[in-house]
Write a protein that binds this ligand. Structure first.
Ligand code: HEC
Ligand code: HEC
Length: 219
């Protein structure tokens, strides 16, 4: 809940894990942590390896937090994994996870319209995340997180991909009015804000070493 202040050596922006994994990682449509104990270790085509839960968490440190990985055996990494295990106490196997798909599904054939996305962003998002997307941090406190600019996630993050961002915002934004956007509107807005200026992830070219990269991956 308080990641960037607690781990300044590992986080280079002003986001917390819970900025995206909403409500302490317990929201069905915002990639909940419940069940990570039975999902990982898991093969991921992004690095063409079996990933442990620590690998997966470090993926978010390096991309979503635009930062540095934590050593597997470090106290903060083990604390994060313990918390996920605590949330997963009742999950014994994958059958217990039927409703946990992470995000709502989005039709990836929908073609984004960036101009419409900008208009909708101004209407539905800018009041909180600001016109430039840099959020609001009055007196250095966290109020509305940056969705663009130097304090946001980098372009190697899942949230920088149009259809992943669309799935997040369709299920969760505008905060307090979630569900009001159509799939097409979510895709339009997602394309617009995910392509605003943000930090660059240096090693993108090494992703999907065996091919199969989704079409919305940033190059
Ligand atoms: C900018 C938004 C964002 C932030 C901040 C963020 N994540 Fe994520 N995280 C995502 C997205 C999006 C996915 C799914 C990515 C995908 O499937 O491409 C994800 C996936 C995950 C997963 C795997 C979930 C699953 O169902 O397999 C874990 C575990 C995770 N994140 C942990 C963390 C932790 C711990 C932090 C803080 C250090 C963090 N994340 C910060 C956006 C974020
Ligand atoms: C009423 C204020 C409000 C509105 C309107 C709103 N958001 Fe958010 N948004 C938030 C808050 C607050 C969070 C973080 C929640 C937390 O930390 O618990 C958030 C989180 C996010 C995130 C997570 C990742 C990040 O980089 O910060 C994205 C992306 C996002 N909003 C996009 C949007 C989009 C797109 C819209 C318009 C469709 C929108 N929001 C409308 C308040 C708002």
């Amino acid at each position: 809940m308080d990641t960037y202040k607690q781990l300044p050596n590992n986080v280079n922006n002003k986001l917390n894990c819970s900025t995206c994994h909403l409500n302490e990682g317990r929201v069905a449509k915002a990639a909940p942590y419940v069940g990570m104990n039975v999902v990982y270790p898991k093969y991921r085509s992004r690095n063409a390896k079996i990933n442990t839960i620590e690998d997966r968490i470090n993926g978010c440190f390096q991309r979503s937090m635009n930062g540095q990985p934590l050593p597997t055996n470090s106290v903060p990494m083990q604390a994060i994994v313990s918390y996920m295990n605590f949330l997963s106490q009742n999950i014994k196997n994958k059958n217990d996870l039927q409703d946990n798909t992470g995000f709502v599904t989005i039709n990836k054939e929908l073609v984004p319209n960036a101009d419409n996305g900008k208009t909708l962003y101004v209407q539905h998002c800018a009041s909180c995340h600001q016109l430039d997307g840099q959020g609001l941090y009055p007196n250095n406190t966290y109020m509305f997180p940056a969705i663009a600019g130097s304090q946001s996630f980098n372009d190697g993050a899942g949230m920088a991909r149009t259809y992943t961002a669309a799935a997040f915002i369709k299920g969760n934004m505008p905060l307090g009015q979630e569900g009001m956007l159509t799939e097409q509107q979510a895709v339009d807005i997602a394309y617009y804000f995910s392509h605003l200026e943000r930090p660059i992830f240096a090693n993108k070219a090494d992703d999907w070493p065996k091919g199969g990269a989704p079409k919305d991956v940033r190059r």
